[in-house]
Write a protein that binds this ligand. Structure first.
Ligand code: PEP
Ligand code: MN
Length: 351
């Protein structure tokens, strides 16, 4: 259910409608727009009586939302979501005209490796740094990440190089830590349908990047995002990272078709991860170009300077010079597609 307020509706009228919704035992989600405020309603078990709500002061119309997902849909919010990342002086946004590139190793392995790669990522002009401190590994015997010590290193990366930090939380305990240290919480493919974790991330005060599940349909992915918004976190970006198919020439099949499919129904920004999407270093740059060309809002790319010695995902990690090539190509592509790339290194760089 969606309430569309009149263009000139006052704050008091909006608050009045919200109070009325709460008095019915339901949850209002006011969504200010360029023209008017919409108020999404969640928590109803069955259909609501439209005429009761349409008659409230300041209401233009009350509509049923036709899709199973509501708050993530364009029906509820026709303007694209733009997410500010990190301290405002970093000037990073996701979903605006500027493409965001998040780059870094699969895992934070130690301080030296992380600072060394971060310096090269910043020099290439990427604005965000990735690196897992909590790693969801297929084998319980594989390196599981440095935990909080890894998060401290990531915070140092932000301080020294002015890069926004995105890193994964794998459970509620790690989410509480990631929320303190990082600028964006990554929820991984394996946790896309971990509903307790989604609800917890929905209560977090930091933006969330929700990766697509290994075999998730578009609707399942959007419903997972709906958990985050329904708990009050509207700062959500989606990330396509490839799905399982019968193809065996790459680790996963990067589903670039999903980018325009998301954009047709949702206002959430959509990023693409060609590293996990292909699993092969030589495929990453070509698929990154394709992702930008198809309309993605940015990229998540694994970078390592000594990938042969990486503790995870070395095979798909590109070298820093390949990241430079990718950034140069993206700078060439941006004006053709009415997008922007940050000129060179981050303005806030202090390292
Ligand atoms: C990662 O980004 O390193 C990762 C584990 O990704 P995914 O959840 O997509 O497998
Ligand atoms: Mn990885």
């Amino acid at each position: 259910m969606l309430i569309v307020m009149k263009a000139g509706a006052s704050e008091e009228q909006i608050a009045g409608v919200c109070r009325h919704i709460e008095s019915l035992g339901l949850k209002p989600h006011p969504i200010p727009g360029a023209q008017r405020t919409a108020i999404g309603i969640t928590g109803n078990k069955g259909a609501l009586e439209l005429s009761d709500l349409a008659g409230l002061d300041g209401v233009a119309e009350a509509l049923r939302v036709s899709k199973p997902y509501k708050l993530v849909s364009l029906e509820v919010k026709p303007e694209k979501t733009v997410i500010p990342i990190g301290p405002p002086e970093l000037g990073i946004t996701i979903g605006g005209p500027e493409w965001v590139v998040m780059a870094g190793p699969c895992a934070v392995e130690n301080r030296e490796q992380t600072l060394r790669i971060a310096e090269q990522v910043a020099a290439a002009g990427a604005r965000m740094f990735r690196g897992g401190a909590f790693k969801p590994r297929t084998s319980p015997y594989s390196f599981q990440g440095m935990g909080e010590a890894g998060l401290e290193i990531l915070a140092e990366v932000r301080e020294r190089f002015g890069l926004g930090i995105v890193t994964e939380a794998v459970d509620e305990a790690s989410l509480a830590l990631v929320e303190q240290y990082a600028d964006m919480i990554q929820l991984g493919a394996r946790n896309m349908q971990n509903y307790a974790l989604l609800r917890r991330a929905g209560k977090a005060r930091k933006p969330v990047m929700l990766k697509r599940g290994l075999a998730a349909t578009l609707e399942e992915w959007l419903m997972a995002a709906e958990y985050l918004l329904s708990e009050g976190n509207y700062q959500v970006a989606l990330c396509e990272r490839g799905v399982r198919t019968f193809s065996d020439h790459s680790r996963n099949t990067l589903d670039l078709t999903v980018v325009p499919a998301v954009q047709e129904v949702s206002h959430l920004p959509v990023l693409v991860d060609p590293s996990h999407g292909t699993g092969r270093r030589d495929r990453v740059v070509p698929l990154a170009r394709a992702a930008l060309a198809v309309g993605a809002d940015g990229l998540l790319v694994e970078v390592h300077d000594t990938p042969d010695r990486a503790l995870s995902d070395g095979i798909q990690s590109i070298y820093p010079r390949q990241l430079e090539q990718l950034m140069a190509e993206a700078r060439g592509l941006a004006p053709l597609l009415a997008r922007r790339m940050p000129a060179t290194a981050s303005p806030a760089r202090r390292g």
